[in-house]
Design a protein around this ligand. Structure first.
Ligand SMILES: *Cc1c(COP(=O)(O)O)cnc(C)c1O
Length: 433
């Protein structure tokens, strides 16, 4: 497999280089040079395949020999340890539940696969690889959990003090081993600025081998294709056209779905649902991507105003708005509409949506008004118990927190408190070996 940068299509790199570098030097994003179509035999065998077997066939086809089959199989078997069931909510809408992993959000799929893949690429190296990740909540937990105890890899998570939820903080600060949490006395932007500066600092670069783990890494997109295939496997007997609605922030999730479609998965249409950070929805409606500041919402994992994977979408459609619009529709909703949807769907269908899934559900209903006779799959990107402060007041009852999250409450937090000036952070990094 070879990948190019969206800014310089003529320069090709290997999968290993793309994964370990994360970002190309020219500030583009890595894209696969070829997106091969899966053979007919794959679709004929689909009913008999387990989720990991299917994931293996899909990734094997895409990476085309970049890793020996046996090693790829092992990476998949170790990372794909939970299912993504489709749960019928109405007669023609189902939730694809992506929150059955260790940190209860779909980011577990990407983080676990990326961790195993990076671990594979560096396993024989002499030098440790340091992963710096700034988090506003969910990403850090998934990355920390995914890389936990991976040999040769150390993870440093920076999070804004007092600005992540109690259980999110526990997810970052109670693992120990190769995971170090830095509690930064500033906001998320300050955390991100420190990480960016570390990558630009010659002393740090000379001292540590660094990489990043945010959603621009191609290793996170590959496993995010798998659950689109898993949904199709569960739903094809319905004999209906399938439409996928993706609650969108940085657009990594929907980009993975678009690549799955290019590989031959019969997806009739996509919907990008957003909150009031609605650049992509407006682009799809009007052809213009507005330049707006990020506004905080109750679906905070989607509070992104400059989605990094948008350039990948443009690249897939060769900047053709008409072409993209034919495949993807955009809808956006306010916090109040989101709350109403959580309440209504709980009352009428006895299904509890989280705020992100609720936006997706609203968008799917709107699409189906004009386009009946399709089956709608909404990606359930997080478990509602991750957003108790939003959900409980709306439905007026307590929500049960799954054991794997609840048990963190009693664990001892370990984090290093740090200011926002770069010198302190740099000193910390230079003290590592
Ligand atoms: C990250 C996240 C999203 C947005 O996904 P993108 O791939 O960034 O578009 C949506 N919902 C939840 C719960 C998330 O954690």
């Amino acid at each position: 497999m070879f990948l190019y940068s969206t800014n310089s299509p003529e320069n090709l790199v290997s999968l290993k280089e793309a994964v370990l570098r994360g970002l190309p030097a020219d500030n583009g994003l890595f894209m696969p040079k070829e997106i091969p179509a899966l053979p007919a035999s794959f679709f004929e065998k689909l009913d008999d395949m387990s989720f990991p077997e299917m994931a293996f066939e899909v990734s094997k086809c895409l990476i085309n020999g970049a890793i020996p089959d046996e090693d790829l199989k092992e990476i998949i078997d170790l990372s794909m340890t939970f299912d993504s069931p489709v749960v019928d909510v109405t007669d023609d809408i189902g939730m694809l539940e992506l929150f059955h992993g260790p940190t209860l959000a779909f980011k577990d799929f990407g983080a676990r696969f990326m961790a195993r893949l990076m671990g594979y690429f560096v396993k024989d190296d002499k030098e440790d690889l340091y992963i710096l990740v700034a988090t506003s909540g969910d990403t850090g937990g998934a990355v920390a959990s995914g890389f936990y105890k991976t040999p040769r890899i150390k993870v440093i998570v920076l999070y804004p003090s007092g600005k992540v939820s109690f259980l999110q903080e526990k997810q970052l600060t109670t693992l120990g081993e190769n995971i170090t949490a830095l509690e930064i006395e500033g906001d998320f932007d300050a955390c991100q600025a420190l990480v960016k500066q570390a990558f630009l600092d010659a002393d740090v670069q000379g001292h540590l081998r660094l990489t990043s783990a945010n959603s621009i890494n191609i290793a996170r997109l590959i496993p995010q294709m798998f659950y689109y295939f898993r949904a199709y496997q569960q739903l094809k007997a319905k004999g209906k056209k399938l439409v996928f609605c993706v609650p969108s922030g940085n657009l990594g999730n929907i980009t993975a779905g678009l690549i799955a479609k290019r590989m031959g998965l019969p997806i009739h249409h996509f919907i990008a649902a957003t909150n009031n950070n609605n650049g992509v929805a407006l682009y799809l409606q009007t052809g213009d991507f507005p330049d707006k500041k990020t506004v905080p919402t109750i679906s905070n994992a989607m509070d992104v105003s400059k989605p990094s994977n948008f350039v990948r979408m443009l690249d897939l459609y060769e900047n053709d708005w008409e072409g993209m619009k034919a495949d993807i529709s955009g809808f956006y909703y306010t916090d109040e509409e989101t709350r109403q949807a959580v309440k209504r769907v709980e009352e009428e269908q006895n299904y509890l949506l989280d705020p992100h899934g609720a936006l997706g559900f609203l968008a799917m209903e709107a699409y189906q008004k004009a386009n009946p006779d399709v089956y709608g799959v909404v990606l359930g990107t997080a478990h509602p118990s991750k957003f108790l402060d939003v959900v409980e007041p709306v439905i007026n009852r307590k929500v049960e927190v799954p054991e794997r999250l609840a048990r963190l409450a009693d664990k001892q937090k370990e984090a290093k408190l740090m200011g926002t000036d770069f010198d302190g952070f740099k000193g910390f990094l230079l003290g590592l070996d």
